[in-house]
Design a protein around this ligand. Structure first.
Ligand code: COD
Ligand code: ATP
Length: 197
């Protein structure tokens, strides 16, 4: 059975970048955000359920993220309703992926890992982290959210300090080289201490 290593971190902390580093080291990577994209796309399992809950958000067979964000802006409580539809489908997608893996260590990139209790299905967890100033600068630089939307997302997420306390390993994403060496350290440590126990 593959060792299930959960990777998390607040918005903009460097999850995707770090996940790519784990992939470079040979780990299969499952990405929760990418699963949501598949579920929202043509033929995706969330489309019909979302249309039933929010009739205007499905356009040409696809869940429109902009329309969803407008709904959430008007009614922040709508996010709970969206999560109730999406999260069980995401969990199912993740399990199918894990069951297919034969590599020694599989990485599961899950933004809401602790918030959704996903650690119950994992063997260890790693959090990526940097300063709040750097986090805000990174998200603003992407230009996909305004400061208000960012604040609303951050407020919904478990604080970085708590994630750092709960995770088994912390990776500081202050530079690419430093993050890469910490990825190698984590994998080396797991291989030495957890795989042949
Ligand atoms: C709110 C939506 C429409 C925003 O879409 P958009 O394309 O602008 O952003 P994207 O999906 O890339 O999310 C960016 C980041 O926001 C954070 N985020 C997304 N959804 C949530 C949420 N429900 N709670 C807290 N943070 C969230 C994550 O860190 C994510 O990496 C979209 O994220 C969504 O439908 N979310 C509900 C599904 C969900 O909970 N996804 C989280 C992973 S399971
Ligand atoms: N170790 C690092 N050193 C320097 N910059 C980094 C590092 N990791 C990520 N970054 C930069 O931070 C930004 C956000 O990174 P990334 O997209 O990986 O974050 P994320 O946590 O996946 O974001 P989200 O939660 O929004 O999906 C990118 O511009 C990326 O280049």
């Amino acid at each position: 059975m593959t060792f299930r290593l959960g990777l998390t971190g607040s918005i903009g902390m460097g999850k995707s970048t770090t996940a790519a580093m784990f992939a470079d080291e040979g780990c299969p990577v499952w990405d929760a955000d990418a699963a949501v994209h598949r579920l929202y796309s043509q033929g995706g399992a969330a489309v019909a359920l979302m249309e039933r809950a929010f009739p205007d958000v499905v356009r040409e067979g696809v869940v429109c993220r902009e329309a969803l964000k407008q709904i959430i802006r008007r009614d922040p409580g709508a996010l709970h309703k969206i999560e109730a539809i999406v999260h069980p489908l995401v969990a199912q997608d993740r399990q199918v992926f894990i069951d297919a893996q034969t590599a020694p260590i599989t990485v599961l990139d899950i933004p809401l890992l602790f918030e959704t209790g996903a650690e119950r299905y994992l063997d260890a967890t790693v959090v990526v982290s940097t300063t709040p100033e750097e986090q805000q600068a990174r998200v603003m630089a992407r230009g996909t959210m305004d400061a208000g939307q960012l604040k609303a997302i951050i407020q919904k997420q478990l604080p970085d300090a708590e994630k750092r306390t709960r995770a088994d390993y912390v990776i500081e994403t202050d530079s690419l080289d430093h993050a890469r060496s910490q990825v190698r350290d984590v994998l080396g440590y797991i291989k030495r201490t957890r795989l042949h126990a």
